[in-house]
Every structure is written in structure tokens, then in C-alpha cells.
Write a protein that binds this ligand. Sequence first.
Ligand SMILES: Nc1ncnc2c1ncn2[C@@H]1O[C@H](COP(=O)(O)OP(=O)(O)OP(=O)(O)O)[C@@H](O)[C@H]1O
Ligand code: SF4
Ligand SMILES: [Mg+2]
Length: 412
Amino acid sequence: MTDQTVTSDSGSAKSAEQSSEFAASRLAGGDGRDAILEVENLRMYFPVKSSGVIRRTVGHVQAVDGVSFQVPAGGALGLVGESGCGKSTTGRLITRLYQPTGGKIMFEGKDIAGLSPKKLMPLRRDIQMIFQDPYTSLNPRHTVGAIVGAPLLIHNVVPKKKVLPRVQELLEVVGLNPEHYNRYPNEFSGGQRQRIGIARALTLQPKLLVADEPVSALDVSIQAQVVNLLQDLQREFDISFLFIAHDLAVVRHFCPEVAVMYLGKIVEIADRETLYNHPQHPYTQALLSAVPDVKQAAIGGRRERIRLEGDVPSPINPPSGCRFRTRCPLAQEICAKQEPPLLQIGERHKVACHFAGEIGQHPTKPVTARLLGIDDQGNPDPGATPDPNAVEQPGFADTWYDVQGGHLGAKA
Ligand SMILES: Nc1ncnc2c1ncn2[C@@H]1O[C@H](COP(=O)(O)OP(=O)(O)OP(=O)(O)O)[C@@H](O)[C@H]1O
Ligand code: SF4
Ligand SMILES: [Mg+2]
């Protein structure tokens, strides 16, 4: 790994100035593409209160717990995972609808995680969100013109008399009739409502769009139209996307890079080809086994379905070590004792599993032991020297670890 490695923000002695210098150097380098957004060790713990008159905090929902990734400028990162794994919470943290419990949200090199509502105001223009449900995310008592035009008035972007022409222009951009600005949301179909939501998100010409399951509430026939619209808009306006979805086929179509989440953590992240053709994490493999494979079907074959046993555990009290271990067919002793780090194992591929490997080729010995300074059962090994470079970091470095054959070694 390179010397770009950082420790978590908590307890870091780095000054704000140093860390922003550091971020700027990372944003400009690394994989050669600039990142518009860099999320580092992001955490969101929702307090759980007791019932009764005095409501004490009795625990925390660890909805997002130490998530790191980058969104390339003008690119699209997909975020997938089962219901409740923390995708929407991640999106809401980035748009700062929530105040994170910890971590950094570097937008264009500046940490916005701790900004006050006043300081966030200008930023709201640059980062917008498209919501999952086009039925509840639009105020039924407001006309389409009022909904789409509201951000222009709030941010005082154009003179009042120019709001209507701008709204009509936006309606046209998203494929709606500009003369329908004075209609109400209930006069539109689901697909058309989502187009209104997209027009609203575009009003302030954002640089980054967080699209939270933008098509999952729509009919399959309409989904493709809306995804194509988003793709056209991305090209035309050079918008970067964090595209949240549970449908892996939609993400594959839209995103050159995909991150897989499980119970508040990223378990695998890779470029599209690698993730879909060579997944290394048992959870990703199970998710993908449920997706129809067009190529296999064309030659009369079928991908074998991997069924996951049991329910997703509670994020209030997640399993020790690897959070996936209660459902993982490969789990061993080490998995309960040690959390697997999200290791870079390829040019654009990271995975968090002690037994990372392709289906049928998972190693019998943990590939992480030497790196973590532990033995094969996960107990401390006094003879081993842990490698501090295993610490998670956003983005990809120029060197990575080779897990082929069950051994680790830096690859140039
Ligand atoms: N405001 C909140 N207060 C307490 N817990 C919350 C809150 N919002 C989300 N959670 C919990 O955090 C976890 C992650 O929720 P989140 O909505 O981010 O999941 P998701 O991956 O978007 O799921 P889905 O696919 O169903 O939309 C869940 O256990 C959820 O119950
Ligand atoms: S670390 Fe262990 S439990 Fe977790 S995914 Fe890998 S094999 Fe399964
Ligand atoms: Mg959600």
C-alpha cells in the first residue's frame, strides 16, 4: 500500500489544515481520477430510548459504522445491499440531512461532516437528493411549479419573474410537458412524479446527486426510461452520482463502480466488471446468485443460487468480528474474534473477508492472519508483525495485496 494510509478521525492529532491538505493531495492523486466526494470512516449511531417518563438512552442502532469510499467527479458509485443495511442513512448523511456520529465527508476537498446549518446553506445547492418514493416525497398540496421552483426562491438564485420560465425549462429537460406546471402531483403517474422529483433535484444545478432507490417504486417498464433519463442528465450536466439500489441489475447498468453494504459496513467494493464477474465476498456472491444472468441464459446455463440462512441481525447488537458470520456458510473461529479489514486485493477491488476468494476457490486458511498479527484461529500471535497499512482508506491505492494461494504480499 502507499503512504496515503490514514487512521480513523477519532483521536487524530492532525490539525484541520493538515487534514485538508492531505485530502487535497489524495483527491488529486491515487487512482488518477479526481474524487468529488470522499467519505472516510463515516458513522451514524441512532440512540435507542427506553419507554417511560424519563427516556434514557439504552443502546444505539449502528446504522452506518465506519464506511469509507470515493465518488469520482462526473462518475457514479452504486451502493447496494439488503433492506436495513444502512444505504439510505449513508445517503442522508452525505446530503447532511443527518449529523454524523463520526467520520469525514470530504466534498471537493472540504470536510462538511461538522458544518452548521448556516454554513451548509451554499452546499445544499451542490449536493441534492432524489428520494425513493415519488408518492410521498412531493407535497400533494403544492403545484408542480411551486415544488420545482421552491429551491430557486429559497436560495434566491434567479429573480422572481424568471422562476416560471426556469421551471418550465426543467420540466422539459426531464421529459414533462412544460405547460403542466400548475398541476398537482396526484395528476401524474408514478414515473412522471419521479421525473418531477428529478427536476426538483436539478433546479440548483447540483454537482453531486444522491439517488436513493430512484426507480424501485416504479413499474419495470418505466424503470428503464427513468434510468436512461438519469444517464442522459449525467452526461449533459456532468453530474456525479451516488446511486443507491437493492436491484443489482439496475446498478450494473448505471454505475462503473459498486460498493456492497451489509449491516452498516462495506464488505466489497470494485469496478463493475470485477464485482459482477469475480466477486470474492460470500455475501456479494449470494446477492449476485439471485440476479438473472443473461449470458448464462443465452447458452442454456443457470447460475447456482446461494441461499442465505437466517435474518439480518439487529444493528443494535451486531455480531462480533465479521458481521456476516451468523449467515455465512464459510464462517470459522477467526470470524467471530476478528473483524476482517476492507483490504485492497486488486487494482480496483477491495474486500472484507478472512477467506476472500472466488466461488469454489475460497482458501482454507485465513488470508488476513499475518497482516493482522494473529494465528489462524484469530488469537494474537506474538511472533507476527501486524501491518498498519491494512487500515481502511477511501479510494484505491497504487499497490495492493495479492491473496492468490492464500498469502499476502504487496504487488507493484
Ligand atoms: N431515524 C432513525 N432512527 C433510528 N433508527 C433508524 C433511523 N433511520 C434508520 N434507522 C435504522 O438504521 C438501519 C439502516 O436503515 P436504512 O434506512 O439506512 O437502511 P436501507 O439500507 O436504506 O434499507 P432499505 O433498503 O429498506 O431502504 C435500520 O436498522 C433502520 O431501522
Ligand atoms: S470473514 Fe468469515 S464470516 Fe465473514 S464473510 Fe468471510 S468467511 Fe464469512
Ligand atoms: Mg433505504
